[in-house]
Design a protein around this ligand. Structure first.
Ligand SMILES: O=C1O[C@H](COP(=O)(O)O)[C@@H](O)[C@H](O)[C@H]1O
Length: 262
């Protein structure tokens, strides 16, 4: 088994999955801060990512985190104006970030469409790539920091971040951040980390819950390749964890199904 081999954890339902993922993430952040003083996490948008943040907000264990020594990044963003409720960052703030004492200088939101680059999404993506490169250490791969945990929701079409099947962004091998136009899921214009940037993370955790994700999970875990199923191309340097509920795990081929878990 390699770091890219998916490890599957299947929970009873999406509520328990969010609570268990929250406990797991709090522990991972606390461990990283104990070892190195700081921690870095890449957030995802979507229902499961937001549920995880809400579960952290509701957990008394959140006080174990030194929020001022946590760097937050995003895996993707909807390229809309800064206060737009569709923005992943706006949703993350509502679920958790406004309730904890983060250092604003460590909260690295992706640019919005009313930012300095205006509607030029490629320029906005390049700007975020520069911010990542500035935070990367000399030993870090390809100009992004070695994130402790990178979270990804899995879309019903197997998209992760804003990398959609057969779309140009999923083919990118050089850039760390891309502008996405014509996304099949609205809004059509987005900013996204690329697969090479995702793979620089120590741990990649993919989140999927609900019956509408079952086909996507089964397809991605069957190894079709990243072009057809972007989620299958998302893995970490040390660990790749799929956090699922039973409904989303329901159609995984039997030979890949894990032992029964919480
Ligand atoms: O648009 C997006 O969708 C995906 C998946 O969202 P979900 O609600 O189907 O779980 C999300 O991971 C991504 O960050 C977001 O921009």
């Amino acid at each position: 088994m390699t770091a890219a081999t998916p490890q599957l954890v299947v929970h009873r339902d999406k509520e328990l999955m969010a609570q268990a993922a929250a406990a797991r993430l709090i522990t991972r952040i606390v461990d990283a801060q104990a070892a190195r003083g700081t921690a870095s996490v890449v957030l995802t948008g979507g229902r499961n990512g937001n549920a995880l943040l809400a579960a952290i907000a509701a957990s008394p264990a959140r006080d174990a985190v030194d929020w001022g020594r946590l760097d937050l990044w995003w895996g993707d963003e909807r390229f809309v104006p800064s206060g737009d409720p569709e923005r992943n960052a706006v949703q993350a703030r509502a679920e958790l970030l406004d309730a904890v004492p983060l250092d604003p200088a460590r909260v690295h939101e992706m640019p919005a469409s009313d930012g300095v680059d205006g509607s030029d999404v490629e320029a906005a993506a390049a700007r975020y790539a520069e911010e990542l490169a500035a935070a990367a250490g000399p030993g870090d791969r390809i100009g992004v920091p070695a994130f402790d945990v990178l979270l990804l929701g899995v879309g019903p079409d197997t998209h992760v971040a804003s990398l959609f099947p057969e779309h140009p962004g999923v083919r990118e091998t050089e850039l760390t951040v891309v502008g996405v136009r014509g996304a099949p899921k609205p809004p059509p214009t987005r900013v996204s980390l690329t697969l090479p940037a995702i793979r620089a993370a120590r741990e990649v955790w993919l989140l999927a819950a609900g019956e509408d994700k079952a086909d996507a999970v089964a397809l991605a875990l069957s190894g079709p390749g990243a072009l057809q199923a972007p989620a299958s191309g998302a893995y970490g340097r040390a660990r790749t964890l799929w956090l699922l509920d039973r409904a989303a795990a329901d159609r995984i081929p039997p030979q890949l199904y894990p032992p029964a878990s919480a």
